[in-house]
Design a protein around this ligand. Structure first.
Ligand code: ZN
Length: 426
């Protein structure tokens, strides 16, 4: 019998980090972070191994010590530690700069990878092939390496800088950013601006994200009449599921059509829908008394949440009696961060990019990041990863980042951080 796919995806690795003598120490530290097995599964209560957040904390504590900055760590739930490494500014009463990184990564299908996904493997051309190399341990290491260099160069800034390393982003942030922002520890940071993750870009442009679609994850329960598998039972659960599926997939086709018809449109500009789970049934000859569908909808900024909700409720109502909707996540509409040159944060950000001759493209983030928790607090957050000329491989097999792209990113972040931490009082 073959193993279920989800078991394969959740196995802990046994190997250790591979050594490449003579490499840049910053690259080695990056590969070391990548080798920590911080795979987060669906919930704190999930069976199977828990992410090695302790390993991540040990790595970060050593980094903070090395760089010479205070290190703070506390749990948001059992085995859900957050780390905050702070560099106090010369005017600490000014709102601070938050540099955010989630420490967890998604599982891998190890047999589909060319190498151990948690060994920091490096191809001959310098591609570092590891889970988290794009999403988003690279960004966390960029913060650390840039701050390390700025301090070594004797720089100081007026605004305080807080590097936050949070758990559980990949599983909804309930025991991560959502818990952190409720704490007094977060209020004390007095955050004025936040940098968070973006996406790789296959072309020469770099993408920066000023808002994101609102993710809705929910289950539709469809009860129905059970009976013998040989009969034409009326009003079955599966018939209700079929009605909903047809309407949902028609809507999906229409949105996909809209995106493909206009080359100027990006994924974040339309509402996406996927049926991601189907459940029910116990045996071949038993008509099930209930079925369920799991849906993932990402509502774009220009679509009305109320209208999308009414549409889904309509599908469910028309499917037949007693069908119900059960939300796991229903994110509110994302505030939009100002990206015109009159905005001091934006000009600090874009100024650093111009210094490096980077072509910037502003987009709506198609998926979800911890910025969805930050922006509604009135804190502007930009999503950015300094990755171009690289295929988008987050959550995919053989996710990689070339070490040259990584090394160049360090100097980009040095300027981003310098500019942002020097923004005048507003
Ligand atoms: Zn991420």
């Amino acid at each position: 019998m073959t193993e279920p796919a989800n078991k394969r995806a959740c196995e802990e690795p046994t190997s250790k980090m591979i050594e490449y003598p003579g490499e840049d120490p910053a690259v080695r530290r990056f590969r070391e972070f990548l080798s920590v097995w911080t795979v987060s599964l669906t919930s704190l209560e999930s069976p199977g191994p828990q992410p090695d957040y302790d390993g991540a904390v040990r790595f970060l504590e050593r980094e903070a010590k090395d760089i010479g900055l205070p290190f703070k760590c506390f749990e948001l739930a059992p085995n859900r530690p957050v780390v905050i490494i702070s560099w106090e500014g010369s005017e600490p009463s000014l709102p601070s700069i938050m540099l955010n990184c989630h420490t967890d990564v998604v599982p891998v299908y190890q047999d589909k990878w060319e190498c151990d996904a948690f060994a920091g493997y490096k191809r001959e051309n310098g591609d570092i092939v590891a889970r988290g190399s794009q999403d988003m341990k690279c960004v966390g290491c960029w913060y650390l390496e840039a701050v390390r260099n700025l301090r070594a160069a004797g720089k100081s800034f007026k605004r305080s800088i807080h590097m936050t390393f949070v758990p559980d982003e990949e599983v909804g942030s309930v025991h991560g950013m959502k818990a952190l922002v409720k704490r007094e520890d977060f209020k004390q940071l007095n955050v004025g601006f936040c940098l968070d993750e973006g996406l790789a870009s296959p072309s020469d442009v770099f993408t920066v994200f000023y808002a994101e679609r609102s993710g809705w994850w929910f289950t539709i329960h469809c009860p129905g009449n059970p009976g013998h598998g040989s009969r034409f039972i009326e009003n079955t659960a599966v018939e209700k599921v079929r009605k909903i599926l047809n309407k949902a997939l028609d809507y999906r086709d229409a949105q996909e059509g809209k995106l493909k018809a206009d080359p100027a449109m990006k994924l974040g500009d339309v509402t996406s829908l996927n049926v991601t789970m189907l459940g029910g049934g116990i045996q071949w000859n038993v008509v099930p008394d209930a079925m369920s569908l799991g849906l993932d909808i990402r509502v774009t900024l220009s679509d009305s949440h109320q209208e999308v909700m009414e549409m889904v409720e309509g599908w469910v109502r028309e499917a037949g009696e007693d069908c119900t909707i059960d939300f796991f996540t229903k994110n509110v509409k994302s505030p939009v961060v100002c990206t015109d040159d009159t905005d001091p944060w934006w000009s600090a950000f874009s100024g650093a990019c111009h210094k490096h001759d980077m072509k910037l493209e502003k987009e709506i983030f198609p998926a979800a990041t911890d910025s969805r928790v930050i922006r509604p607090l009135g804190i502007p957050a930009l999503g950015f990863s300094a990755i171009n000329h690289t295929p988008i491989l987050l959550h995919d097999h053989n996710e990689f980042l070339n070490e040259r792209v990584f090394l160049r990113g360090i100097s980009i972040y040095e300027d981003l951080i310098s500019n942002l931490a020097s923004v005048d009082e507003q």
